[in-house]
Write a protein that binds this ligand. Sequence first.
Ligand code: UT7
Length: 331
Amino acid sequence: MTIKITGTGSALPEKKVTNFDLQELVETSDEWIRERTGIAERRISTGDTVATLSAKACSKALEMAGKTAEEVDLILVATCSPEMLLPCCACQVQDIIGASNAAAFDLNAACSGFLFALNTAYVYMQAGIYKNALVIGSEVLSKLVDWSDRGTCVLFGDGAGAAFVEASAEDIFRDNGRKVSMECMVQGSDGTKGMVLSCAERSVDNAFIAEKQTISPYIQMNGQEVYKFATRQVPACIHEALDKAGITVEDVDMFVLHQANVRIIESVAKRLKADISKFPMNLDKIGNMSSATIPVLLDELNRGGRIQGGDRIVMSGFGAGLTYGATVIVW
Ligand code: UT7
């Protein structure tokens, strides 16, 4: 049996917000943001929602895969910024694209969300429960950001990426002899460090509570703690995944990492002793879009012809929770 990604798609809001635009809002500079993060601009929604961006990305992924929405078995949306608690975003996407035969639900593992959703879809297919899935990472983080907090507002952007994943009965081997597959996945969480990157929803409030609590509805972050976690945990979980798959860093053609900070990606490359040219990046143009960063980059690489059949790709991410993961696939 082969499980493979046969279509990718992405959608970004039209509005570009540059570092110079942010200089008008908070005490910061283009130089500081570029040097500390690698980000120059990001896309910010002026009306797009997590569901509408997801639906646009899905339509493109389905078109590439040559499938209709009615053929979709499962829709998984990874998001930490849905506009609606009920219905879930995946059901909204189902409605917009007309995927009337799909089961649909959301999953929240923050920036690791797309990987966790992709892994979930693979496992469903390996178990023979579904034949295909639309896996989406989508965020409108701009509504969760405190635009007067320079420590966070310069980092994030909005967007969505989708992958259509299909199972087929026969094995598929590429010209380089590699079998198309998911070779390995590693997922992990450390809830004890949850509050280093958090965002509150409504607190407990009902007719029987006299004292109302006031909580900030915005993202709160200890950037340095997240930085330390990422630079330690990402290389560790990539090594764990490669060991499980019985391969080494040299056997990997490309590392598609969560796009949070160019310094984090460079540090991961250094710790893995891997050539930085194997770490494509697009965060300069779109910033950190949490669960959407990996699928948007994957789509950019795929459509740009930078991924060839038989390439071994490691996808890895980290984020609030704290969560982390690494998945090894042969394209
Ligand atoms: O998907 C996961 C999401 N989170 C992350 O990826 C966060 C990971 N962490 C980071 O990327 C980095 O920690 C940041 C980019 C957030 C911050 O970089 P840093 O090198 O760790 O800076 P810092 O927090 O140590 O702050 C250094 C200085 C401080 O000023 P003082 O105390 O030295 O006077 C900050 O107040 O930079 C100041 N600062 C800023 N200055 C200009 C913080 N934000 C800004 C800003 N512009 N936007």
